[in-house]
Design a protein around this ligand. Structure first.
Ligand code: PGA
Length: 260
């Protein structure tokens, strides 16, 4: 499998349903004051505001030549048509969105997203030449009944079905145990290390070891400046998907600088 050094760490701020477009501009500016060139050289930094703020974020990032990337929190798989309320991958690509979060557990839980839908979204994002961040994770009940591994493998197999090896190498997978999201409770780094190893093995079985070696696997779930280092120390963890703490520019910048 590819050496770890080939995978540039990726830290993504998932702002969820926070920040209108004006607040987004302020957040982006505050973050850019706190990071410098050396940080971006070491880590790929992405922020994912709500759809309504993407255009404003794009403009400010381009005008001020900021170095972080723009992400979206969801997408619909059809290209265009009578799908009231939905946003297509090509619409996002036009806004210079580079990464799209797909299958976040909140979407699975509140909006009934299935692995099949996650798969359609993943393939739509890849067709539009963006990078999906495919989220997987078990619930507390599944963990306590010893099913975590099986659930994760099923979500990976379903979510990445019919995606060829070359495309797989462009995506990221976020392991986010549902019980650790927004709860202040994190997985133990050792447990996350084990699951992320299983994720990479599953991807390898589905494609090949080279593709699996280039997939970036992120940990998500109550990541903060105090715990990021322990997760990043794990061999198969290449970054983080950060919710709550990404809304605080000081905390998010400290997470980006996890090695300090
Ligand atoms: P959290 O959210 O960091 O607030 O737990 C993570 C996520 O849902 O992506």
């Amino acid at each position: 499998m590819g050496a770890m050094s080939e995978r540039k760490p990726l830290i993504v701020g998932n702002w969820k349903m926070h920040t209108n477009h004006l607040e987004t501009i302020q957040m982006v500016q505050k973050l850019s004051y706190r990071l410098d060139l050396a940080d971006y050289e070491r880590v790929e930094v992405v922020v994912a505001p709500p759809f309504t703020a993407l255009r404003s974020a794009q403009v400010v990032i381009e005008q001020d030549r900021m170095r972080f990337g723009l992400g979206a929190q969801d997408v619909f798989w059809e290209e265009k048509g009578a799908y009231t309320g939905e946003v297509s991958a090509s619409m996002l690509a036009k806004l210079a969105v580079g990464h799209v979060i797909v299958g976040h557990s909140e979407r699975r839980q509140h909006f009934g997203e299935t692995d099949e839908m996650v798969n359609k979204k993943t393939r739509a994002v890849l067709s539009a030449e963006m990078r999906p961040i495919v989220c997987v994770g078990e619930t507390l009940e599944e963990r306590e009944s010893g099913q975590a591994e099986e659930v994760i493998v099923g979500q990976i197999k379903g979510g990445l079905a019919r995606v060829d090896a070359e495309s797989v190498s462009r995506l990221s997978i976020a392991y986010e145990p549902v019980w650790a999201i927004g709860t202040g409770r994190t997985a133990l780094p050792d447990d996350a290390g084990l699951i992320t190893e299983i994720i990479r093995e599953t991807v390898s079985d589905m494609t090949n070891s080279e593709a699996a070696g280039s997939v970036r696997i992120l940990y998500g779930g109550s990541v903060n400046p105090g715990n990021i280092k322990d997760f990043m120390a794990k061999k198969n963890i290449d970054g983080a998907l950060v919710g709550g703490a990404s809304l605080d520019p000081d905390k998010f910048a400290a997470i980006v600088r996890y090695w300090i």
